[in-house]
Design a binder for this molecule. Structure first.
Ligand code: PLP
Ligand code: COI
Length: 359
């Protein structure tokens, strides 16, 4: 479907002061000058795609999103290469996952063309905001919200799709250093048949209490176990988890309750190409901890757009803290980080065809 995207002029007085120090960006606190918007109405479909000056929304307090959390989002990044090229990492995967989430949440699918062209055009207009120093990028946050003002519980009959941009540094303040994880044995994030596989805000709201309590105890994140038996390893708050057993890499299968991570998929392909055997299988937490203790698990790390590859130094479960390997950054973790970021920043040949140059 051909959809024209109107570009609303950005008046001089609406231009923000740009950040001056790329080393102090942090994650998701600064937003650029413009945003992409489009509206969907029942019976009419998508329309009024436009790029406007970034501004707060005026929304009716009764809007369904505020009451029943009908909303989905995505996360992807644009990278600035040394030669000035700007490139997106596998954006079509985000477009597809966004629509997968939309179907689960009874929301309209966004035409892939609008999703991809809209992001490309927006990022191109905001090119000057893309940071270029190591470990920085432009985080792209596509979102869809239910904006019908009605209190009955039902799918909305109108939606707003929008995309905002945030120049970012590392997600974890520690950067590429091991984090310590609490295996959560009380709260659960998602269950099979629920919404765990959808990238929807409610999953994150449901995770806050456990994360807060873990933080108070000194942990960086929690590792979720399956919601039924509290026995099988699922994922971490903002990343999928992988474990190296020597030359094997093990990760939880996609059974509906965890996010189908695009970094996870990329890491599986990279590990495979490096000669590792990748197993997607159920991981019993008791066996995992025995294997870590016995030194069979050589490395543990998380994967995610924001988290990139994050080494895990220890797991704590029911009061016992077990270091993984020597508690530092493992060889495979380092290699995967270097290879993945090498491709993303145009320093290593993109043999998988993952990068989409847009400027
Ligand atoms: N799991 C959860 C719950 C997430 O929020 C994320 C972040 O997007 C991931 C996994 C990793 O997914 P991706 O690699 O596509 O960013
Ligand atoms: C991402 O990695 O894109 C995420 O969505 C993680 C988080 C910031 C929620």
């Amino acid at each position: 479907m051909e959809m024209e995207i109107k570009v609303v002029p950005l008046p001089e007085e609406k231009k923000k002061a740009k950040y001056t120090d790329e080393s102090k960006l942090g994650f998701g606190r600064i937003f650029t000058d413009r945003m992409l918007l489009a509206d969907w109405k029942a019976g009419q479909g998508w329309g009024d795609a436009r790029i406007e000056p970034y501004a707060p929304f005026v929304l009716d307090p009764a809007c369904l999103v505020f009451h029943y959390a009908q909303e989905i989002f995505e996360g992807l990044k644009a990278y600035k290469w040394k030669d000035g090229t700007i490139a997106l990492f596998r954006p079509e995967m985000n477009a597809r996952r966004f629509n997968h989430s939309a179907v689960r949440m009874c929301m309209p699918e966004v035409p892939e063309e609008l999703f991809l062209k809209g992001i490309e055009e927006l990022v191109r207009l905001e090119m000057d905001w893309v940071p270029g120093s190591e470990g920085t990028s432009m985080y792209i946050r596509p979102t869809m919200i239910a904006v019908e003002p009605v209190l009955g519980v039902k799918p909305s009959d109108c939606f707003c799709f929008y995309v905002i941009l945030s120049p970012v540094g590392a997600y974890y303040p520690a950067g590429f250093n091991p984090i310590n994880i609490l295996v959560e044995d009380q709260y659960v994030r998602a269950v099979a048949g629920g919404t765990g596989e959808a990238k929807t805000g409610a999953n994150y709201a449901a995770s806050l209490k456990a994360a807060l309590e873990a933080k108070k105890k000194g942990f960086d994140q929690v590792l979720w176990l399956d919601g039924v038996h509290k026995r099988f390893v699922e994922e971490v708050g903002a990343m999928n988890m992988l474990f190296a057993y020597g030359d094997r890499v093990v990760t939880a299968p996609l059974t509906g309750s965890i996010l189908n991570g695009i970094t996870r998929d990329s890491v599986i392909k990279l590990a495979d190409s490096l000669g590792f055997k990748v197993e997607e299988r159920q991981i019993d937490v008791n066996e995992l901890l025995l294997d870590i203790n016995a030194g069979k698990v050589t490395e543990a790390f998380g994967s995610g757009t924001a988290a990139v590859i994050t080494p895990v130094g220890s797991l704590s479960y029911k009061g016992e803290t077990i270091p993984v390997g020597n508690g530092g950054v493992g060889r495979l973790t380092r290699k995967l980080y270097d290879t993945l970021t090498g491709i993303q920043y145009g320093k290593i040949a993109d043999t998988f065809g993952w990068m989409r140059k847009i400027a």
